[in-house]
Ligand binder design. Structure first.
Ligand code: IPE
Ligand code: MG
Length: 235
């Protein structure tokens, strides 16, 4: 089978290289993440203009909690202030924000700001911005398996009825199409526990560009490259 969609419906991005960008510019590490928020804002707009339906971004991983506490605190504060500061623009620009992660460990001001952002943008439909925060792919699968096991225990689901779709509807991405294209910035070529189940058939794009420098042209280039590939899904 050869894909008929030239523009990927769902693009996922591992936004890596923020601290390296800050170091390269002689700035505090937190400035790298602040510039990263600007890059995200530009990229959401570029993706919407190109016709992407869903943009998932890896904002904070489950593993990121093991960074020095002042760094995780600064990132959580940035998530909170960015959510509140960009709310009006995102409402105006038709961006629907949703969350993807376990979220329980987020400080309550951050959680509340993100919940407000989701609620106030819920009716938008130009593009969906899916924020992976406190996200880990294996843990997501474990959460889904646990939810299914409980349903079986309670007699609401038969074990033999469990298939790909049953699992997909218990993941944090329930209701979203699978990513067609996964982009990683910052030069590393690994998946780092991101969307393990969902990216089974995704195309991958790696770039040396550090996330704060990522812009319209980088996104357009990755999508252009994607459009030239033939997806065969094993056939
Ligand atoms: C990715 O950028 C963003 C988060 C993990 C929050 P980094 O903070 O990992 O920046 P580098 O990769 O160390 O430069
Ligand atoms: Mg990194």
């Amino acid at each position: 089978m050869i894909a008929t969609h030239v523009v990927p419906r769902h693009v996922a991005i591992i936004m890596d290289g923020n601290r390296r960008w800050a170091k390269a510019h002689g700035l505090p590490l937190s400035d790298g993440h602040r510039q990263g928020v600007e890059a995200l804002r530009r990229t959401v707009e570029a993706a919407a203009r190109l016709g992407v339906e869903v943009l998932t971004v890896f904002a904070f991983s489950e593993e990121n909690w093991s960074r020095p506490v002042e760094q995780t605190r600064a990132i959580m504060e940035l998530c909170c202030s960015a959510a509140l500061g960009q709310m009006n623009d995102l409402v105006r620009d038709g961006v629907r924000v949703r969350l993807c992660g376990r979220l329980a460990a987020l400080p309550s001001p951050t959680r509340e700001a993100l919940d407000r952002l989701c609620a106030s943008t819920a009716k938008n439909s130009r593009i969906t911005l899916n924020l992976a925060i406190d996200y880990g792919g294996r843990r997501e699968i474990a959460d889904a398996v646990r939810a299914l096991a409980r349903e079986v225990e309670r007699g609401r689901l038969s074990a033999s009825a469990i298939d790909d779709d049953t699992i997909a509807t218990r993941l944090y991405t329930a209701g979203l199409p699978d990513p067609d294209l996964v982009i990683r910035t910052g030069g590393e070529r690994r998946i780092s526990n991101f969307l393990l189940y969902q990216s089974a058939y995704a195309e991958f794009s790696w770039t040396e560009t550090l996330w704060p420098d990522f812009g319209d042209e980088d996104l357009a280039a990755a999508i252009d490259d994607f459009a030239r590939r033939q997806r065969r899904y094993g056939t």
